[in-house]
Design a protein around this ligand. Structure first.
Ligand SMILES: [Cu+2]
Length: 126
């Protein structure tokens, strides 16, 4: 899966993602949602919250095949956009929307937020 998968419909506090056979729980918010698209055989799912104009984990090391899910908890819209314009390319995420990406190749993937280019993060896939 090259492109991200959108999840909407966040409910309550703490976030839970139901995708394929996965239940993903994290943080102090709960998200339940419907996967639009396919999420195939993901490895570990890592989550990154976007709050106060920051990605909660700035540098994250993962393994090939792992999934990263970003959820926006700010009132303003943010993106997850690769610096090279390729791997990561979310739309504007509204409050409580999520962007998901499966990394299937080793590498270092720096990204930023289009509306707020000082927001930066990096995924290192080993
Ligand atoms: Cu932003």
């Amino acid at each position: 899966m090259k492109n991200g998968v959108w999840i909407a419909s966040m409910v309550g506090f703490a976030f839970v993602l139901l995708a394929a056979n996965i239940i993903y729980t994290a943080s102090d918010n709960v998200m339940t949602g419907k996967v639009v698209g396919e999420l195939e055989a993901p490895g570990v799912i890592h989550k990154i919250s976007i709050r106060d104009y920051k990605y909660s984990v700035e540098t994250l090391e993962i393994s090939v095949g792992d999934t990263v899910a970003w959820a926006n908890f700010d009132g303003v819209q943010h993106t997850v956009t690769s610096e090279d314009g390729e791997e990561l390319n979310s739309a504007l995420l509204k409050n409580r929307e999520m962007y998901i990406h499966v990394f299937d190749k080793k590498g270092t993937y720096p990204y930023y937020c289009k509306p707020h280019p000082t927001m930066k993060g990096k995924i290192i896939v080993k």
